[in-house]
Design a protein around this ligand. Structure first.
Ligand code: NAD
Length: 274
């Protein structure tokens, strides 16, 4: 059993999960099945990943009961707006072959389009209708979160954002803590760019763990949920095996110095791709 984090709506989410971005559709069901067999209980997908059929198949065909698996999907930018979001969510559930998802996210705010409030109202409706258990956002900056909450009074349970040692997002994470929002880290391994940094390498050597495990453990110790991706069984197992050791306060402080504010992905204030 992996650790779980409480959500502000009474549900909870596994702290570690399996990310499905860039997992080829033909191997997605098998990857999900392997992940579930190894102990993953959170599967992070999205309409735009093009592999929701495999995500759903892996979940539906598993011996792990549905109610023990936490399924996330996301509304892509081209579906933003109230009615288009309702239709996109139904289409996503149909591709997944599921009656509900555990978490539905707005994938990006696309602030220039000005549709994320209408989109959020649709997510509120989908939750009321039982099509998702919890609702949240992804790639929202502080002004987007403040507007969303100010206009609707509904606080997202989670914000899935890019976090890795080179982009630690301390300010946004502090705002999440104040608002009762769970931080979930995407591209948590930061494209391996910190694997050789002395702060990571030293902690890996001391603990007998790999650089990837040290980084994933850092995410856990900053209180985030984390969704690394691997399609190899050994990689999946390695990434899950981070609950039998801890980084020391000194190691955490050393890793804090690696923050450069540099992104692997796009800037949410400007990303509007349809
Ligand atoms: P990641 O940080 O999980 O890294 C994946 C890469 O690292 C792959 O090349 C993989 O082979 C390699 N890797 C995995 N485990 C390793 C290990 N133990 N040692 C060495 N290399 C290892 O990156 P990601 O896939 O970009 O992000 C994770 C998940 O986050 C995605 O799959 C997706 O679900 C989600 N995501 C969300 C958004 C968003 O906008 N909301 C954006 C990007 C990713």
């Amino acid at each position: 059993m992996t650790a779980r984090l409480r959500l502000n709506d009474g549900h909870s989410i596994p702290q570690i999960g399996l990310g499905l971005w860039q997992v080829p559709a033909v191997i997605t069901a098998q990857t999900v099945a392997t992940g579930l067999r190894l102990g993953y209980r959170l599967i992070d997908g999205a309409a735009v990943y093009g592999n929701e059929e495999g995500q759903g198949q892996g979940v539906r065909c598993s011996e792990v009961p549905r109610d023990q698996i936490f399924v996330t999907t996301k509304i892509w930018n081209d579906a933003q707006g109230h009615d288009t979001t309702l239709r996109a969510a139904e289409a996503g559930l149909a591709r997944l072959g599921l009656d509900y998802v555990d978490l539905l996210l707005i994938h990006w705010p696309c602030p220039a389009r000005g549709l994320y409030i209408d989109t959020w109202r649709a997510l509120i409706r989908l939750r009321e209708d039982g099509r998702c258990r919890s609702i949240g956002v992804s790639n929202f900056n502080a002004p987007h979160l403040e507007r969303l909450i100010g206009e609707t009074g509904v606080v997202p349970v989670l914000n899935q954002i890019e976090v890795n040692p080179r982009l630690q997002q301390a300010e946004l994470r502090a705002l999440h803590d104040q608002l009762g929002i769970v931080t979930q880290s995407w591209t948590p391994l930061g494209q391996g760019k910190s694997f050789d940094a002395p702060a990571i390498a030293k902690a890996a050597q001391r603990s007998g763990k790999t650089p990837a495990q040290v980084i994933l453990r850092w995410h856990v110790q900053i209180g985030a949920s984390v969704i690394p991706r691997s399609t190899r069984e050994a990689g999946l197992a390695e990434n899950l095996d981070i609950f039998d050791f801890a980084l020391t306060p000194e190691e955490m402080a050393d890793i804090a110095t690696l923050d450069e504010g540099t992104r692997c992905g796009p800037d949410p204030a400007r990303f509007e791709m349809l």
